[in-house]
Ligand binder design. Sequence first.
Ligand code: PLP
Length: 411
Amino acid sequence: MLGMLDLAFARSQFPALAGDWVFLDNAGGSQTLIGVADRVRDYLLTSDVQLGASYAVSQLAGERVAEATRAIAAMIGAADEHEVVIGSSTTQLMANLARALRPQLRPGDEVVVTDCDHEANIGAWVRLAEHGVVVKTWRVDPESLELRLEDLDALMTERTRLVAFTHASNILGTINPVVDITRFVHERGALVCVDAVAYAPHRALDVRAWDVDFYAFSAYKVYGPHLAVLYGKRELLEGLATLNHAFIPDDDVPYKLQPGGVNYELTYSMLGVVEYLETLGRRSSTAPADDLHGRVAQAFAAGAEQEQALAGRLLAFLRDRRGVRIYGHERADKELRVPTVSFTVEGHDPAAVARHVDGASIGIRYGDFYARRLIAALGLGERNGVVRVSMVHYNTLEEIDALIARLAEVM
Ligand SMILES: Cc1ncc(COP(=O)(O)O)c(C=O)c1O
C-alpha cells in the first residue's frame, strides 16, 4: 500500500541538502547519499586489496563487490549478477556494447537510433556505419515531440538488427512506452538497447518483466557514485565478443565485458543506494513489500507522487507566463513524464535565465545536454538550447517556490 513519501528521512540522507544551495540540476547529477560516501571510505580503508586471492582481506573485498552487484541485480529485476555489467559511464558502456556486438553485424544490416536520445545511445551505433551497417533515424513527431510506432514501422526491414531508444528524454521528460516499443521491435526480429539514464532516478526498474535486451543507466544520477550499469540478457551477453583478455571465456559474464575489472570501492558503495531505497520504501508505505525489489518500487512510487507535485507547480507557473514554450508534456502526469522540465522564453537567452537563477543559489542549467540532435530538430541549436529544471523526489515545494520567485524577476 502506498503511503506518503518520508521526505524528512529522504533529505536527511543527503548531507549536501543541508547546505545553502538548492539543487535543481539533478538530471545532470543527483546529490550523493551518506551511505554511499561512507561505503567508499570504508572499502578503501578496510578492504583495498586485489580481489581473487586466498587471504581473508581479499576474500572480504570480493564478497563486498559481489554483494553489491547482487543487490543491483535484485533492484533492477535482473535474473542475477551475471546480467549486470559495471562501467565508468553510460557513454562508455554503450560504446563497449556496440563494439562487442559488431562482429555479429554484416554490411547492409541496419540499426535504428532516435533523434531524441542523448548522444551516448546514438553515436555508439552511428559509428557502426564505418563497418557497412546502415543507420536509420526514428524522429519524434514534430507536433507532439513523441516517438510514434508507425514511424518506426516504416523504418524497420528484415535487415534491422537493433533499435536504440531512450526510456525518458533528458530534455522533454517524456516517458516512452518501453514495453510496447520492445514488443514491437521483437515482433520484427530485432533487439532493443534502452538508455534509462533520465528514467532510473525516478521510477523502479523491472528489466526482465519488460523483456528489454540491453538497458543502461548512470549511478551518479541515482544518488550514487560515478559509475554506470548495463543490464543485458545473459544469453545475449554471452554472445558478445570479449572486450577483456582473449583467454577470458565467452561465458564469463560480465567479466569479459569489464576489461581491467570494475572500480571496487564505487561498486561496493552502490549498496548505499539500494539500502536507502529499501528503507525509504519501508518508511513510505503502510504495508512494506517483503522483498527488496518490492520495497524499492514502493520508494519510487512514493517519490513519483512528490515529483508530480513539484513538476505540477513549476509547469503551472510556466504555462501562465507569456512567451514561454515548454518542450514536452505541459502537465505533470507521472505516467507520461518525469520531472525534467525544459523551456525557452521569447526574447531571453537561456544562458541569461540560468545565470540569473544561479544568483539565488539555485542550480539549474541551460544548453543541449548532449541531446544535440533533438535541440537541432527544435531549431534551438544556435540559441543556447533550453533552460532545464530537473527535480527529484528530495526536492521540496518551497524550493520550487524560490525558483519561481527568481524566474519571475526576469520573465
Ligand atoms: C539521457 C542520458 N543518457 C546518457 C547520458 C550519459 O551518461 P554518462 O555521463 O554516464 O556517460 C546522460 C548524461 O547526462 C543522459 O542524460
